[in-house]
Ligand binder design. Structure first.
Ligand code: GAL
Length: 379
């Protein structure tokens, strides 16, 4: 009898250790295990909803100090409920051949994928930096696939809008921009001035504008846009994509010159466009920002810091940096703010901060919930 009781206790213990219950809530910045019980490796993520399923594309990071280099590529996960994620493999694989810009050890960040209904293709854009050149190249990269999980075929990476003026900069104003004074000692304030005066824009006019932190947005009419941090991250550029989503058109605007925005994440609610961004402090968090517009390629207005909470929470966006805003399937006007809590010393252990986007008088705000679930959305 005693033997049987012991056996029962052991089997119960073993059962508890070997099975994990499915998640039924979001657990802010805790380890988030996939179907293989491995912490999700999809940092700086972008999300796509297709066939009532969520797909999460993100940077596959490695352990240790050098883990922010792209050694593997863009990983993809799928989920029906947003809590439980299945590893679907590597969507975009880094290339061994050293003659490819996408070679192993280059930097691939903030991948985003959109689906083109006309061509029936999945199109990925990402921030790309060349191997051993730190963040100098400032390119945007594009890849395409017939399948949502890939393999994505790499097309190219490039600077953007060479020799093209944005819609909101007149030729005569461009002509009157003075070149950068190279003798001046470069400070943060000088950089801001250079962006405000259009000097950084003019510097890069012939070779193409820089493109770093980026996102994509598909509007209700299926027109897609590429939004990116340019001009040494001092200015944002919003560009219309071509109908096949594979290139940028010449239709673009410059917004917030000298206002230092990164990590743009856009969503639309009740006909208004909202954009979360961060400031410019590398892997360290800073106060989040929110902007609003009636038209994506129109006038954008800053609304301030969307975070509510303690001083420290507001100063650090809950120790995170925005990456995407996920619309919730089957709920009206329900959105999740998805952000990264980077761990630059061990990037693979970077955490995810997901929070419900709440509204007061139709203006979004964010609050920290250590644990929460989708029942917070009423409709
Ligand atoms: C952050 C940016 C990240 C990454 C990092 C590198 O500001 O949002 O995506 O580029 O800088 O320091």
């Amino acid at each position: 009898m005693y033997k049987y009781i012991l056996l029962l206790i052991f089997s119960l213990l073993f059962y508890n250790c070997s099975t994990t219950k499915p998640y039924t809530k979001f657990k802010t910045a805790e380890k988030w295990l996939d179907n293989n019980k491995v912490h999700i490796n999809a940092h700086g993520g972008g999300f796509l909803i297709y066939n009532k399923t969520y797909y999460w594309y993100g940077e596959h990071k490695i352990s240790g100090e050098k883990g922010n280099k792209a050694m593997v590529g863009v990983r993809i996960y799928s989920s029906k409920d947003l809590y439980n994620w299945k590893n679907e493999g590597v969507a975009l694989q880094m290339i061994k051949n050293t003659s490819s810009k996408l070679q192993i050890g280059s930097i691939v960040e903030r991948p985003k994928v959109i689906y083109n209904k006309k061509t029936n293709k999945f199109v990925m854009w990402f921030h790309h930096e060349l191997k051993d050149q730190a963040y100098k190249a400032a390119l945007t990269g594009v890849a395409v696939s017939d399948n949502i999980t890939g393999p994505f075929e790499y097309i190219n990476s490039f600077r953007i809008h060479a020799n093209q003026l944005p819609i909101n900069l007149l030729q005569k104003d461009f002509d009157s921009i003075l070149p950068i004074n190279e003798n001046q000692k470069l400070t943060k304030q000088i950089r801001i001035e250079q962006a405000k005066l259009g000097q950084l824009f003019k510097r890069d006019f012939e070779n193409g504008q820089m493109s770093r932190d980026m996102t994509l947005f598909v509007d209700d009419d299926e027109t897609a846009y590429h939004i990116t941090a340019s001009e040494e991250n001092q200015t944002l550029l919003i560009s219309k994509l071509t109908d096949d989503y594979l290139s940028l058109t010449n239709d673009y605007i410059r917004i917030f010159p000298g206002q230092r925005n990164e990590a743009p994440a856009i969503f639309k609610r009740k006909g208004k466009y909202f954009m979360f961004t961060s400031g410019l402090t590398g892997w360290n968090p800073n106060p989040g920002k929110l902007a609003i517009a009636d038209k994506l390629m129109g006038n954008w207005t800053f609304l301030g810091n969307p975070c509510r909470g303690t001083k420290e929470e507001m100063a650090t966006t809950f120790w995170s940096q925005s990456t995407y805003v996920i619309p919730v399937i089957g709920k009206k006007d329900a959105f999740i703010f998805a952000a990264d809590r980077w761990r630059p010393k061990n990037p693979i252990d970077g955490r995810y901060v997901w929070l419900p986007v709440q509204f007061e008088n139709d203006i979004p705000f964010l609050e920290l919930f250590p644990h929460w679930d989708l029942s917070i959305f009423k409709n």
